[in-house]
Design a binder for this molecule. Structure first.
Ligand code: CO
Length: 134
């Protein structure tokens, strides 16, 4: 069921400053900032060849990463995203093992226009896990 690591998402308080760190210190090639109002974030993508890093800054009121940044004011690793071929089958399998799906349990359209689910961090070693159907 578990496929490639699609991305690692890092929540940041200042996207411009975070982009400069990746660009200047690490020599990364960055996408232009992309506002995703329906997800409450602005993101910059960094292609690492085998995967991606997503820098996410809160956008608008009630951003889903606002509380995380209150606890981690200088930013931090927010979630990892794994690819799955069939998200409904993945959900059913996870629920059968007792793992908790966040929200109403139904896939939503993620930042890449594909169906995603988030799994409860307490069931996955303290890590928020996103599954994306590819
Ligand atoms: Co993600």
């Amino acid at each position: 069921m578990l496929g490639r690591l699609n991305h690692v998402a890092i929540a940041v308080p200042d996207l411009e400053a975070a982009s400069a760190i990746y660009r200047d210190a690490l020599g990364a090639k960055l996408s232009d900032p992309q506002a995703l109002p329906e997800h409450g974030v602005t993101v910059v993508f960094i292609d690492t060849g085998n995967s991606k890093i997503e820098l996410m800054e809160p956008l608008g009121e009630g951003s889903p990463i606002a509380a995380f940044l209150e606890k981690n004011p200088s930013g931090g690793m927010h979630h990892v995203c794994y690819e799955v071929e069939d998200i409904a089958a993945a959900r059913d399998r996870l629920q059968a093992t007792g793992a908790r799906i966040l929200g109403d349990g139904n896939p939503k359209t993620g930042a890449h226009g594909k169906p995603v689910l988030f799994l409860h961090p307490k069931d996955f070693l303290g890590t928020l896990v996103e599954l994306e159907q590819v």
